[in-house]
Design a protein around this ligand. Structure first.
Ligand code: SAM
Ligand code: SF4
Length: 334
């Protein structure tokens, strides 16, 4: 057994999120500009490189692997990668293989994902209104995503909905979305909009809907009980006693969750970000490509973990988005 990955603040790294592409079939307004320039293919890790990288992390104690993007299901051949990860589930080294998706391709892939050992998927959905959905995603169409969610549930996948909380956009749909999820036995997580990418500061502050306000609105209608569980990430959970539903809040801005952070992220080009809110990163692609010897890669991973910062610096309190990072969420993987 190898020495596990422990960062300088004694946090064990057991959770890896990997972005497998920067491309997407949607252009959500808070995530991408309409005319994005994507990376040339040679910059991306190949499916074989992704396998080697993830397998090395799993050998060092990573037990949970989440695949994201861009839209992971638009990466050509991505099922080959999921199928390859099945062996780590079989050996027991990996406890969970999962993905975050916009749902557009679930109609095609839900059964295959289940067969590969995926049991839960997060589907991002901010509105149940056709026109608003088209507005916020620019290129997405709601019926296709709803069909994808049906396909996922029919395949036996547990679906959790992730909704970005946007002031003036989906505030009025809070109870609609919550009811809809309850009726379909789906958990629901709200995400505070984060200052990522090159979209103007003004817009981002206008869109910022504090999740403490959202939570207060839920208490008007439900008995809300805090749940002690933490996944080591930025989400905190409550249960609505009347529906039994679990609701999550991802609040990187108004709540500091860094002390229990157990995760690192890899971009589709093989950079490792040990903190979502910091620019600091290390390159794993060069060591990956420089030698077939996994010891070189392993050392590069250990060096990167040794630089994991204590926490992020996002701060909206001064009415200016300070601590903002310039890269897009689709690059790091949300
Ligand atoms: N395409 C997939 C999807 O939409 O689920 C996976 C990648 S997407 C970047 C992952 C998550 O990041 C989505 O739930 C999306 O809503 C969220 N996201 C993107 N930009 C964001 C931002 N600026 N602030 C908060 N969440 C954001
Ligand atoms: Fe694509 Fe997901 Fe970004 Fe929307 S949030 S543009 S679906 S990567």
């Amino acid at each position: 057994m190898k020495t596990p990955l422990i960062d300088p603040f004694q946090r064990a790294i057991s959770y890896l999120r990997v972005s497998v592409t920067d491309r997407c079939d949607f252009r959500c307004v808070y995530c991408m500009s309409e005319n994005m320039t994507f990376l040339p293919k040679k910059e991306l890790l190949t499916l074989e490189e992704l396998d080697r990288l993830c397998s090395t992390f799993i050998g060092l104690g990573v037990e949970k692997l989440r695949i994201t993007g861009g839209e992971p299901l638009v990466r050509r051949g991505i099922m080959t990668f999921f199928d390859a990860m099945t062996r780590h589930l079989g050996s027991g080294a990996l406890r969970e293989l999962t993905l975050t998706t916009n749902g557009s391709q679930l109609g095609r892939f839900a059964d295959d994902l289940y067969a590969a050992g995926v049991r839960r998927v997060n589907v991002s959905l901010d509105t149940l209104d056709d026109q608003k959905f088209a507005d916020i995603t620019r290129w997405g169409r709601l019926p296709q995503v709803l069909k994808g969610i049906d396909a996922a549930q029919n395949a036996g996948l547990r679906v959790k909905i992730n909704a970005v909380a946007l002031k003036g956009f989906n505030e009025d749909e809070l109870f609609n979305i919550q009811d809809w999820c309850a009726a379909r036995d789906m958990d629901l997580t709200f995400i505070e909009v984060m200052p990522m990418g090159d979209i103007g500061n003004e817009d981002r502050l206008d869109q910022y809907w504090k999740l403490t306000d959202l939570r207060a609105r839920l208490t008007e209608r439900f008995t809300v009980t805090d749940l002690p569980e933490s996944t080591g990430g930025p989400a905190r959970y409550v249960r609505l006693e009347e529906t039994g539903q679990k609701i999550g809040f991802i609040t990187p801005l108004s709540h500091n969750f860094c002390e229990s952070c157990n995760r690192v992220r890899i971009t589709c080009t093989g950079e490792i970000y040990t903190c979502l809110g910091q620019e600091g990163h290390s390159d794993l692609r060069a060591p990956l490509r420089s030698s077939p010897d996994d010891a070189v890669l392993e050392q590069a991973i250990r060096n990167a973990i040794a630089l994991k910062p204590k926490g992020h610096d996002f701060d909206y309190s001064r009415q200016d988005v300070s601590g903002r990072v310039s890269r897009h969420m689709s690059h790091t993987g949300g």
